[in-house]
Design a binder for this molecule. Sequence first.
Ligand SMILES: [Mg+2]
Length: 279
Amino acid sequence: MIEFTLTTGRPLVVFTDLDGTLIDHHSYSFEGSEAAIRNLVERKAPLVFCSSKTFAEQIHLQRQIGLKMPFIFENGSAIAIPDGFFPGKFYSATRKEQGYDLVVFAHAEATVLRAALKIIPEIHGYSDASDAELSAATGLRGAFLQRARERWFTETLLSRLDAAQVVRINTLLKPKGFVLSRGGRFYTVQSGSVNKGRAVEWMKGIFRQTIVQDPCFAAIGDSPNDAPMLEVVDLPFLVQKPDHTWADLDLPDLIKLEGVGPEGFSAAVRMLLGEGWVV
Ligand SMILES: [Mg+2]
């Protein structure tokens, strides 16, 4: 059964990016946001991860934290919902995976995407990188590295791309239905029909059907691929990048927080749960 906090006067649902937001950009640690996460859990506010990370990575992170919540993976390519999370179930799952319903928005599997990428030989992605190369680029090792490789719908690129290359690659990918998306660290190639915002909109619909009172939706992010997520919520928060600046996002009502990554995430949660915060 799902319960919601009423501390803002409306039930609160929080969507959050992971890399560079809930977890540290360099160390991938959630230590800096752990207390804030516990406060959200205590106040019964659902915390929905919305990240380019894979199903395997997000399941692992949730287990480490002790959460079992719906989450949006591979940049909005699909949503995973724990069995029984939404009583009455207001949706049809595309398929089941390890005790989760999967709702898939991507128009093609990663194998199709990787075949399409072969027309652009200069592109170098996770799937064709050696473990040593991927480890050097990401700082991930062992099981963490393998979970990052388990991409079902997208391909993350190790290639550094300039603006002209981005335009050219997008032109080549468009007829196949794929597009480049810029994350905090890398570009990702994904279905042109998906982004974090569309997945968040879908989740909002499900949350609205689950509760009587209209919920307040907040989202926290750090980079351009979070813009579609931040655009579709009531309270959009932007945390600082490791250099203490903000990503160049021009969104109305965007709340820019003083604080890098988890520190900014924690500040957003304090604002959301704090006394006197009016929505
Ligand atoms: Mg990020």
